[in-house]
Design a protein around this ligand. Structure first.
Ligand code: DAH
Length: 346
């Protein structure tokens, strides 16, 4: 029986040495150490032996069993290591490959233009002020001297927010149609002098190639003793040269706004043809960029300023329009589609 045990160990060892798969190792385990395996079969015959023989054989059997288990474990480790080796050898790491590119986002062209405009006016001594986008009709129209029958007040043009305003006794609220109401809020909040730009979103019921229901404006306001139209011209000409380049020229055309008197629209020499005349400026050499004027006395009064004491100028411009002119963009709507290919160009 002792010989049988030795033979069993030698056979099992030989089979393990040539096993190349997990399944093969498992088969050896079952064949020799399993419940119905070779070792059990030998031990099953031990009952017929004399006690001394049984003891010696028991010890030998335990030794063989331990050897077998160790050899099985070794074979498993050897196979695992071989599998890892093979995997590493197959998948080569090329440390000379360039790293993966991290794509950075960037500021929206409208934000860039807005920041530029605000920074330019900051250099000219202007503060920044802000007001709410949902605005009382009084600030948006009434205080700005816009008459009750003005077409801009029409339901067709203005987004009215609260239809139950009469019952609540607060007056109607609108999505502000321009940044001009911030003029009134800023003046009511501080004594003259006031010199500030007021950027923000505005809303109108408009949608086509050059209009979107929401767009951005920057309002400007300077009120103090003896503020003149000459200062308005100087300020806006300096702005145009800072924004469009030193060669930019400005032209002031008489116009009308309820909140300014006199009023002027400001043109800048065409940024595309330099003033020679082209398709964009309709051969005129000029492009309209903003509205402006001297603050109407009624507006000063609504803000509790005394028109006999102070005068002021104001202006308002559309950010998207200025962005389009600066970069030669011809469809306003591209600025709100957030197509990464478009935005990456700025
Ligand atoms: N609020 C005007 C608009 O939305 C723009 C404007 C014109 C603002 C003249 C002004 C101004 O302050 O003086 O079209």
């Amino acid at each position: 029986m002792s010989d049988k045990l030795d033979g069993l160990w030698a056979a099992a060892k030989a089979e393990l040495d040539v096993a190349t798969t997990k399944d093969a190792v498992e088969a050896v385990r079952v064949k020799y150490t399993g419940k119905k395996g070779a070792l059990s079969a030998i031990l099953g015959g031990m009952g017929k032996l004399a006690p001394e023989e049984r003891k010696a054989l028991g010890e030998q059997a335990n030794k063989v069993k331990a050897q077998l288990e160790a050899a099985l474990e070794q074979a498993a480790v050897r196979l695992e290591e071989a599998a890892l080796e093979a995997e590493l050898a197959g998948a080569k790491l090329d440390v000379t490959l360039p790293g993966r590119h991290v794509r950075l986002g960037r500021r929206h062209p409208v934000s860039q233009t807005l920041d530029d405009i605000v920074a330019t006016f900051a250099r000219l001594g202007f503060d920044v002020a802000q007001g709410p986008e949902i605005e009382l009709d009084w600030f948006n129209f009434e205080a700005l001297n816009v008459p009750a029958d003005h077409p801009a007040r029409d339901m067709q043009d203005t987004f009215y927010v609260d239809a139950q305003w009469l019952a609540k006794g607060v007056g109607p609220t609108v999505l502000r149609t321009h940044t001009s109401p911030v003029q009134i809020r800023t003046m009511l909040a501080q004594k003259p002098p006031v010199r500030a730009v007021m950027p923000g979103r505005v809303y109108r019921k408009d949608s086509d190639q050059t209009h979107t229901p929401m767009f951005h404006q920057v309002e400007g306001l300077y009120v103090d003793r003896h503020v003149t139209f000459a200062e308005l011209k100087g300020t806006l000409d300096a702005f145009a040269k800072a924004f469009f380049g030193a060669k930019a020229k400005t032209r002031f055309r008489p116009s009308f706004f309820p909140f300014t008197e006199p009023s002027a629209e400001v043109d800048v020499s065409c940024v595309f043809c330099g003033g020679k005349g082209c398709r964009v400026c309709k051969q005129s050499g000029w492009i309209e960029v903003l509205g402006s004027g001297l603050v109407h006395p009624n507006v000063l009064k609504h803000a509790s300023y005394d028109p006999a004491e102070v005068t002021g100028f104001a202006f308002g411009m559309g950010i998207e329009r200025l962005t389009m002119l600066r970069y030669g963009i011809d469809d306003l709507r591209t600025m709100f589609e957030n197509d990464a290919r478009f935005l990456a160009q700025f």
